[in-house]
Design a protein around this ligand. Structure first.
Ligand code: DOR
Ligand code: ZN
Length: 342
């Protein structure tokens, strides 16, 4: 097979930033994806209908037509169920994002105790609005590599019992525990999977020295977990879908005494995922993972149009506009060559 043509895909989890960075990074996402769910962790975060609308307009100005940003709102301890339902009913946002306070970039205003947002979650459950979850505990006593597994026990499993019909996306899963949990939950629980967690295990962080460009949150785990995540991603199960978590930071912000978490994978995201599906002998499931499962979970129509990947070398630059991309300096075996948007 020399080319792979699939229905136009969507990215169900991306950070597009704001200001000058937005203008640089958003076109990469818009080139590969028809739609993307845009995370709200700006500073200050996107918590109101008004700020989400204004942010959406800035994104559209950066990408031009042909790309649809799907907005999210950022849950705080003070989340107001009426405002959250209003944004959903007015089609301003499609989901609300739960960041445990302190879990990651710009999460200081996140939720300190899940019980504080129970009224909001009850409302979301009733109106069919998706809860998007950064699934890590922030308890400093918990080892950083265990934070996702402990989050399942302490927060997510109880949440699914308390709100059995709530639609939940467990974002950027990194562990066998998360893969198993999602697989064994009802159809209202799904997960996104990033390219980096399919390619990297935690050794990548320390390969010959400290590697800040392999650092993201949740941090890559041991090999057993990478294998489990690859297995579910490529299994054909409708509960698992593409979410890049592309999270650009400048080279200086990463290569620092306290480097930021996040991997900028948008420029070659499809090539990166296709490489994994091919390695797993599962290219027949690639289109569903990239272009069908997410839309069905969110209750949106599938895209028209196609993208085509050819079996040709993609040389990934060592730097793009001051940002070091995922796979920097590597050559990938696929290249996006055509896009027939409709
Ligand atoms: O690595 C990450 N970067 N993980 C997150 O959860 C946030 C993101 C960011 O915004 O930089
Ligand atoms: Zn993210």
């Amino acid at each position: 097979m020399q080319t792979l043509t699939i229905r136009r895909p969507d990215d169900w989890h991306v950070h597009l930033r704001d200001g000058a960075m937005l203008k640089v990074v958003a076109p990469y996402t818009a080139r590969q994806f028809a739609r993307a769910i845009v995370m709200p962790n700006l500073d200050p975060p996107v918590t109101s209908v008004k700020t989400a609308q204004a942010y959406r307009e800035r994104i559209v100005a950066a990408t031009g037509d042909g790309f649809t940003p799907l907005m999210t709102c950022y849950l705080t301890d003070a989340a107001n169920p009426d405002e959250i339902a209003r944004g959903f009913e007015q089609n301003v946002w499609i989901a609300a994002k739960l960041y445990p306070a302190g879990a990651t970039t710009n999460s200081a205003s996140g939720v300190t105790d899940i019980r504080l947002i129970h009224p909001t979650l009850a409302r979301m459950e009733r109106i069919g609005m998706v809860l998007s979850v950064h699934g890590e505990v922030t308890d400093p006593e918990v080892d950083v590599f265990d934070r996702e597994a402990v989050f399942i026990d302490r927060v997510l499993a109880p949440l699914t019992r308390e709100f059995p019909a709530l639609k939940i996306v467990f974002e950027h899963i990194t562990t066998q525990d998360a893969a198993d949990f999602v697989r064994d939950s009802g159809p209202n629980v799904a997960a996104t999977i990033t390219p980096q967690h399919l390619h990297l295990n935690r050794n990548a962080l320390f390969a010959g020295g400290l590697r800040p460009h392999a650092y993201c949150l949740p941090v890559a785990k041991r090999e057993q977990h990478r294998i489990a995540v690859r297995q579910v991603a490529t299994s054909g199960s409708a509960k698992f879908f593409l979410g890049t978590d592309s999270a650009p930071h400048s080279r200086e912000a990463k290569e620092s005494s306290c480097g930021c978490a996040g991997i900028f994978n948008a420029p070659f995201a499809l090539e990166s995922y296709a490489t994994v599906f091919e390695e797993e002998g599962a290219l027949e499931h690639f289109e569903a993972f990239a272009s069908e499962h997410g839309a069905r979970f969110y209750g949106l129509p599938l895209n028209e149009g196609t993208v085509t990947l050819a079996r040709a070398a993609s040389q990934v630059p060592t730097e793009i506009d001051g940002i070091v991309p995922f796979h920097a300096g590597e050559t990938l075996g696929w290249r996006m060559v055509a896009d027939e948007g409709v």
